[in-house]
Design a protein. Structure first.
Length: 232
């Protein structure tokens, strides 16, 4: 198994959403994960700076702060996109978050018309799928609650596993369930069975904020305690 040795990440757009470029070497094939609002230019700069070759775009869920630039990245580099079918419709109509259209328009000076803007090739992922891309093997873990189609992407390098969590779990917090498509009961099941089911040494790379580990969140995240799991 090829290990991840290169990860470039940066917060993009008004929601400061983490976009990740992940590769088995500091040059060559890479994966682009969650290119959101305003992410395209930085993705292009990092690709050029590090001699990377995007092989595909992985989306953790369908909120526009995670997928806004997906079609541009796919079209520019001629690559496919992966998303869970429950969130696929948001590739062309992601403005179901209250105030999102106005927020993007204010931040960028325009708000894109997403009609017919789905990437040319979209693959629908399911729980347990294994995707081989850029020389890496990625496992899909369906993790509904924040949205119906939220997923985690687990990459198993040589030292310890990495999991890209999107907006399911953060350092010290968890994803909102009060937005359209949110489901508190589903989120509680996801946190109990999927997140807390991961090995303690798993590195969590979330959609917002800094990285953490399962052991750290198990010990310190108030939403992952027995009481916290019943508080929302």
């Amino acid at each position: 198994m090829v290990a991840v040795v290169f990860i470039a990440s940066f917060p993009a757009g008004p929601w400061q959403t983490n976009c990740y470029l992940v590769a088995p070497a500091d040059r060559g094939p890479c994966i682009v994960l969650d290119p959101g609002v305003g992410a395209f230019d930085t993705v292009r700069d990092l690709v050029e700076e590090h001699g990377l070759e995007p092989q595909g775009v992985l989306l953790t869920h369908g909120h526009l702060d995670h997928l806004y630039s997906a079609t541009d990245v796919c079209a520019t580099y001629g690559v496919d996109c992966w998303i869970h079918p429950a969130d696929r419709a948001r590739l062309t109509d992601p403005y179901d978050i209250p105030g999102a259209y106005e927020f993007v328009e204010q931040a960028l000076g325009r708000a894109r018309d997403f009609t017919e803007r789905e990437p040319a090739v979209v693959h629908e992922v399911a729980d347990g799928d294994r995707i081989t891309l850029a020389g890496l093997e990625i496992e899909v873990l369906h993790a509904p609650g924040h949205t119906p189609g939220s997923v985690l992407y687990r990459v198993a390098p040589a030292d310890r596993p990495l999991v890209f969590t999107g907006d399911v779990v953060f350092a010290g917090s968890v994803g909102r369930v009060d937005l359209p498509g949110g489901d508190a009961a589903a989120m509680r099941r996801t946190l109990r069975t999927v997140v807390l089911g991961l090995p303690d040494d798993t590195v969590l790379l979330p959609g917002h904020g800094g990285q953490t580990t399962v052991s750290r969140e198990r010990a310190a995240n108030p939403y992952l305690t027995r009481e916290g799991l019943t508080s929302f």
